[in-house]
Design a protein around this ligand. Sequence first.
Ligand code: 2NL
Length: 361
Amino acid sequence: MTEDRSSSPVLDEIARADSLAALEAVRVRALGKQGEVTALLKTLGAMSPDERQVEGPRIRALREAVTAAIADRKAALEQAALDARLASERLDLTLPAPAAPQGSVHPVAQVMDELAEIFADLGYAVATGPEIEDDWHNFTALNIPESHPARAMHDTFYFPDAPGAEHRMLLRTHTSPVQIRTMTSSPPPIRIIAPGRTYRSDSDATHTPMFHQVEGLVIDRGIHMGHLKWTLETFVKAYFERDDIVLRMRPSYFPFTEPSAEVDVGFTRDKTGRRIIGGAEPDGWMEILGSGMVHPKVIAACGLDPAEWQGFAFGCGIDRLAMLKYGMDDLRAFFDGDLRWLRHYGFAALDVPTLSGGVGA
Ligand code: 2NL
């Protein structure tokens, strides 16, 4: 047994291996379980101690030389493969990037943006609050006591009573609790709109259990119905983007306002008989808003003196506002998540509404 490191045929084979697969085959043949070098190592057991003293170091030196040669060759082959790839593949960084998938702005979100824009111009801030509310903020503070039929009217989603809890928890039935929270936490004057999700146990072609509402609230000294009427006219004209819009206020009842008024907008009919919002001489009326002067009991419930502070408030459905302006006729499609509907009725994300350019520009 006198294999010489430099002239071993295994080392020659390693040097000649021209691929990683060929190199692996050589490794198995030399160092594998049935390999040649492994076989040499096994012969040590049958040798005399003298023989083993001479052959042991030689055979182990061979194994180390083979192992090192395989590692070197492997590194060389990998580097060559990488060099070949780098030489053949080129990235042209001047090419335009592939377009990213684009979503669209839901009509409800678009209308909320338009409302925020219109009322920002009138000096209103946007206020938000929790969708899970307690019955004090949703009902009691709004002059709707425990036994009041309006509580039943709202088809409220209640949470199970928690033992020892002071208030029943519920999904807010309107965004009024946001205004209550604003009145109890910041001093007047107050000018806010509160847009957001609201919930009632109600479901048909014109009602979904979740819907969107915007409410407006002004609290200041000397506020009267004239301010309310001017504000609603200014808002509705800006929203529908025309000046020849007539509003009609009818006496109504809400527990949280006194007096209360429902607001109708005049519509005219086009040649095909379709109803179009606006026109100086209306063919008919469509109800779009509820409103009134904030009830003194509501102002007092929020810790303010009704002799000093007055205000008006209004509320309306955002989904319906969107349908009237953008021509959708089925409310349920709003929340189905059908991509074809979203692509058709959705808005481009950067189509920011401006009053100068027109929100539909
Ligand atoms: C409707 C009617 C309305 C209000 C909402 C309100 C809020 C506070 C105090 C007084 Cl904190 N009022 N909100 C007032 C009148 C009507 O909504 O038909 N909404 C869809």
